[in-house]
Ligand binder design. Structure first.
Ligand code: AMP
Length: 216
């Protein structure tokens, strides 16, 4: 399953819920790239400058890490792709990689979300440095300010969640990622969900959508 939508649509938050409910893996290219940056790996060093500017990391880098990840044995039950693909070239390379593995995309959830909601969510988002859990200063506040409810790690604001970079990321989404809506409509796997809903309401819609798609 793929989760597609603008930054701030709630894909990461919902991916965590879905992955727990259905016991399938959550694969976030953003998280994988941030880990690589933190670890100072060659991929991280190359990706960092693009990420800081709110631009997409080149396709070859991202498709490489995803192809490697989905070929592992732990994904036989299925998986949720969050933040990938983001370009038509990535979607095509994903199709090729899945064909080789004898798999296919069953469902693409498109989070239709307004710019104003995305901006509010991204500017208030706080992330755990240790376990990457997502909070929001007003929508999903942690029990104790600045501290992760799950592991006690410190919460921080992502560099690319600052105002100027948020605007750039929304623009990049419109130019490079939105064309994927048509791509997956043609593949007959797209279902649209209202990304403006608050977390629990959206989770309920997703559960219904998931059941209707006969994947539960
Ligand atoms: P995210 O956590 O999904 O918002 O991703 C954070 C940043 O990582 C993006 O702004 C991009 O710079 C980079 N990134 C994540 N996924 C991809 C992708 N599929 N293609 C290119 N760049 C990506």
């Amino acid at each position: 399953m793929i989760l597609l939508g603008p930054p701030g649509a709630g894909k990461g938050t919902q991916a965590v819920v879905l992955s727990k409910t259905y016991a399938v893996a959550h694969i976030s290219t953003g998280d994988m790239l941030r880990e690589a940056v933190k670890g100072g790996t060659p991929i991280g060093k190359e990706a960092e400058s693009y990420m800081k500017k709110g631009e997409l990391v080149p396709d070859e880098i991202v498709t490489g890490i995803v192809a490697e990840r989905i070929a592992r044995d732990d994904l036989k039950k299925g998986f949720i792709l969050d933040g990938f693909p983001r370009t038509v070239a990535q979607a095509k390379s994903l199709d090729d990689a899945l064909t080789k593995l004898g798999q296919k995309i069953d469902l693409m959830l498109y989070f239709a979300t307004s710019d104003g909601v995305c901006i509010k969510r991204l500017s208030g988002r706080r992330v755990c440095r240790k376990c990457a859990a997502i909070f929001h200063s007003t929508n999903i506040p942690p029990r104790s300010e600045g501290v992760c409810d799950f592991c006690g790690g410190a919460l921080y604001q992502r560099d690319d969640d600052k105002e100027e970079t948020i605007k750039k990321r929304l623009l990049v989404y419109k130019q490079q990622t939105q064309p994927l809506i048509d791509y997956y409509k043609k593949a007959r796997v797209l279902r649209e969900v209202p990304g403006d809903l608050e977390v629990n309401e959206l989770s309920e819609v997703l559960a219904t959508t998931f059941n209707e798609a006969h994947l539960a």
